[in-house]
Design a protein around this ligand. Sequence first.
Ligand code: PEP
Length: 254
Amino acid sequence: MEATREMTNRKLIAGNWKMNGSLSANEVLLKALLQGAQPACDVAVCVPAPYLAQARGLLADSSFALGAQDVSAHPQGAFTGEQSAAMLQDFGVRYAIVGHSERRQYHGETDDAVAAKAAAALSKGITPIVCVGETLAERDAGRTEEVVKRQLAAVIHVNGHCISEIVVAYEPVWAIGTGKTATPEQAQAVHAVLRAQLHHAASQHAAGIKILYGGSMNASNAAELLFQPDIDGGLIGGASLKAPDFLQIIAAAR
Ligand code: PEP
């Protein structure tokens, strides 16, 4: 029997700290989050690589999961500056963001590279949070659906056999860090497209695959976004750096 979405989907709230933080600021932030959170959802924090060990220590014995912001597509070797999935696994990393628009834009990551990174994460039992999303020019040209489907198709093509293990994050590029949020209706419409695509690839598992929304989600708009039927959580940038804001988003996810 196909599981209903209510049965399978606990929401996931994941913070993406991007290139922010310091040893002292991280400690203050994580302690405040752990003290204030009574999550009815799954929570993850995706910290900069140098802080994985520190965050792992602070999150030990908590329900918060540790995440990374990227992972190498390669298992090891001459790839200066990269971190392999095995290295992340050594630090207890449970999630790795792949294909964030900032990586696609500033580091030229292609759909195929993102698919390979997702595969590398999955090979070590790390859940890839696969980001897809259109630019403003693509939205204005009526190409949103085509773009997000192309980005997700590359990941499905390479990882079809274990596609039910991924998390998808719909992050319209024009909404990231801009304070412009997709309306709940705009976001839901794209999430429904992605859900249908996942259904095609993984039929009975599609209902259980989490599709997060990301793009200026904050304490004020989280509840109405998270209320949408195909929005299973959030990937939060700026607001994840402020304990009271991130706590309110966590509280809205039930
Ligand atoms: C992100 O970086 O994934 C993101 C959604 O950022 P922000 O919440 O700041 O828009």
